[in-house]
Ligand binder design. Structure first.
Ligand code: HXC
Length: 259
């Protein structure tokens, strides 16, 4: 399992750590990164030994943005025809298992967008988030203007996007962009522990829970609650629900089989 731009470490506890690996370019996201991510997600979508993913970068940079050197000379026709980064974006949003972003250092532009495409973000105290595309005469292009606004609200999103300033980890946590902030040396352990916890749950329940939360961003409250109720009811069709509740009653650990 080798990728040009990713390092993959599969863990016996049922998760994989995917490390962006373009150190010389601060993990700038080029087409190869998205091709590799897509191939990896394809390969584990139906692989029950990977029930959660941790996506991380280096200590200095989660990812410093889309690869400016790759984009610089693109024409409108090329961007439009290629539908630049749409396939990669869509592949990630279609992935049904949780992806945790473990962010240290820069998460800028496409890097911030990639982190926001993950299901939640754990940040090191050194993390810096920003959408500085306006400095380059462009704009977010992998969902940043939409996801950042939903996550932190209009005022902060406008501030970040129009001034191109960076948010540090403490501000990102206050604003609701990240779920937790930990010291740098704890970052990967914290993310691994969260991934192992998720991987120990019923994989069916995990997928259903992820799907429910995502519906909240794209529906009215009434529609979302109806969706939740129907999906909740449907979980009673799985053996894992019987096992989970029986284990509680018997005061033992559940043995979820994903059935
Ligand atoms: C290509 C990049 C890069 C990027 C850094 N590098 N970011 N290459 N694309 N986004 C390269 C640098 O050119 C340099 O290569 C090496 O990585 C180290 O970077 P330095 O700038 O020397 O490091 P430092 O001085 O520590 O500054 C770190 C930084 C700065 C503040 C993060 O690199 C920076 O501002 N990067 C650009 C951030 C940005 O604008 N991101 C948004 C991109 S647009 P060499 O070869 O010189 O050593 C975007 C659009 C998304 O993301 C939508 C697309 C559809």
């Amino acid at each position: 399992e080798t990728y040009e731009t990713l390092l993959i470490e599969r863990h016996a506890d049922g998760y994989a750590v995917v490390t962006l690996n373009r150190p010389k370019a601060l993990n700038a996201l080029n087409s190869q990164v998205f091709a590799d991510l897509t191939a990896f997600l394809d390969s584990v979508e139906r692989d029950d030994t990977v029930r959660c993913i941790v996506l991380t970068g280096s200590e200095k940079a989660f990812a410093a943005g889309a690869d400016i050197k790759e984009m610089a000379d693109q024409s409108y026709a090329q961007m439009f025809t290629e539908n630049f980064f749409a396939a990669g974006h869509d592949r990630i949003t279609r992935f049904r298992k949780p992806i945790i972003a473990a962010v240290s250092g820069y998460a800028l532009g496409g890097g911030c967008e990639l982190a926001m495409l993950c299901d939640f973000i754990i940040a090191s105290e050194t993390a810096k988030f920003g959408q500085p595309e306006i400095n380059l005469g462009v704009a977010p292009g992998i969902g940043g203007s939409q996801r950042l606004t939903r996550l932190v609200g209009k005022s902060k999103a406008m501030d970040m996007i129009l001034t191109a300033r960076m948010m540090d980890a403490a501000e990102a946590e206050r604003a609701g962009l990240v779920s937790r902030v930990v010291p740098g040396e704890r970052l990967l352990d914290e993310a691994r522990e969260a991934a192992a916890k998720i991987a120990a749950h019923s994989p069916l329940a995990v997928m259903a829970n992820k799907e429910m939360v995502n519906v909240a961003l794209e529906s009215t409250l009434t529609e979302g609650v109806r969706f939740e109720r129907r999906l909740f009811h449907s979980l009673f069709a799985f053996e894992d629900q019987k096992e989970g509740m029986a284990a509680f009653v018997d005061k033992r650990k559940p043995d979820f089989r994903g059935r």
